[in-house]
Design a binder for this molecule. Structure first.
Ligand code: COI
Length: 355
């Protein structure tokens, strides 16, 4: 049990207009901070007013990117409860990311307790309009003042909160995705399966390219053969091919998404045929040509379920589901958001209440 000191703000900010939240642009009144030093371990947990933090210019995070983050959401249920969605999965994944990046992990129960405490303090910031939620961003940064390349001996674990709407401005309208065959995001043995800021820095150049072509995001191919589908910039990817639900299997360079796992669980529970396997871009092109590529959607905490209406690979433009959301994507969206917001029964025990 953490002994969290709470310092409440004396100048609460005005709450935003829920129609114009966007994603990750507005921050609540408070943040959580906890420090790590070798010898002392994680210590001094506190909730303080949201404000800039001061770090030495030599802090290691600025130079060698020793950093990890997580993303999850809190929802307002109609009956007044505040719900988190599978925070144990985020805590577990955070531990794995820390291991890969030589960061001392925050114990899973402390990770969840810290989130619950901060969301509890800022619960009035959870928006209530359909499609909105409180996005939770925990992260850890290396703070040693040192330019040698080695793991830092001191860190900060911080959590910030952002009332958010849909990740894509288009909401549930299908997005256009660019399949990238030049730049790569990650390779096996690298840090692709960790949730590390560096993976996203590596993605920006290709994102610029897809933006210029009018595409919302990049779909990455594997870094070795440049042949197999991996994931999209901010979400995992699913296809429905000839009646089967297909998604790339986790191979060490793909992020193991919590929403991905939930979609797989739901599809299996519904008795659908599900395949986690390698999916080549050639297979997609053939399936799109012969009409067996029935649906495509992304899954992610921020994006939830995001239908994909167009995939482009070189000169090949694949139109899917006639540019509309497909029935499986809609069913998954309704079910996942229904469970998250307490509208549907939580048969799987996925939600955790913040009291
Ligand atoms: C999330 O879905 O929580 C993510 O971390 C994606 C993010 C890069 C926007």
């Amino acid at each position: 049990m953490l002994d969290i000191k709470i310092e409440r703000t004396t100048a609460p900010k005005e709450k935003p207009n829920e129609d114009k939240l966007g994603f990750g642009q507005i921050f609540t009144d408070h943040m959580y901070i906890m420090d790590y030093n070798e010898g002392q371990g994680w210590h001094d947990p506190r909730i303080v007013p949201y404000a800039p933090i001061s770090l030495a210019p030599s802090a290691m995070v600025f130079h060698y990117a020793q950093e990890m983050f997580e993303g999850l959401k809190a929802y307002h249920a109609d009956d007044g409860r505040v719900l988190l969605f599978r925070p144990d999965r985020n805590a577990q994944r955070a531990g794995n990311s820390c291991k890969r990046l030589c960061i001392p992990p925050v114990p899973e129960e402390d990770f969840i307790e810290a989130i619950k405490a901060l969301v509890g303090v800022d619960r009035d910031w959870i928006p209530t309009r359909p499609g909105t939620s409180l996005y939770i961003r925990p992260f850890i940064i290396a703070t040693d003042e040192h330019l040698g390349v080695h793991p830092s001996l001191s860190y900060k674990f911080i959590i910030i909160l952002s009332p958010s709407g849909a990740y894509y401005a288009s909401g549930l309208d299908p997005v256009k995705i660019w399949i990238e065959d030049d730049y790569v995001r990650a390779v096996r043995g690298g840090i692709g399966e960790a949730k590390a800021g560096g993976n996203y820095a590596a993605s920006l150049k290709a994102q610029e390219k897809s933006d210029a072509e009018g595409y919302a995001q990049v779909l990455w191919l594997d870094g070795v053969e440049r042949k197999y589908i991996e994931e999209v910039g901010s979400m995992n990817i699913f296809f429905k091919i000839a009646g089967k639900v297909v998604t790339p299997r986790l191979n060490g360079s793909i992020l193991p998404g919590v929403t991905r796992a939930s979609c797989l669980d739901l599809c299996r529970h519904w008795g659908l045929e599900v395949e986690e396997r390698r999916v080549s871009v050639d297979e997609l092109v053939s399936a799109a040509r012969d009409g067996s590529l029935e649906e495509c959607f992304g899954s992610g905490t921020a994006a939830v379920i995001s239908p994909v209406g167009t995939l482009r690979f070189g000169d090949e433009v694949m139109e899917i589901s006639g540019g509309a959301i497909g029935p499986l994507s809609q069913r998954l969206y309704d079910t996942v958001t229904g469970i998250q917001t307490g509208k549907l029964p939580d048969e799987f025990g996925w939600t955790v209440e913040v009291k």
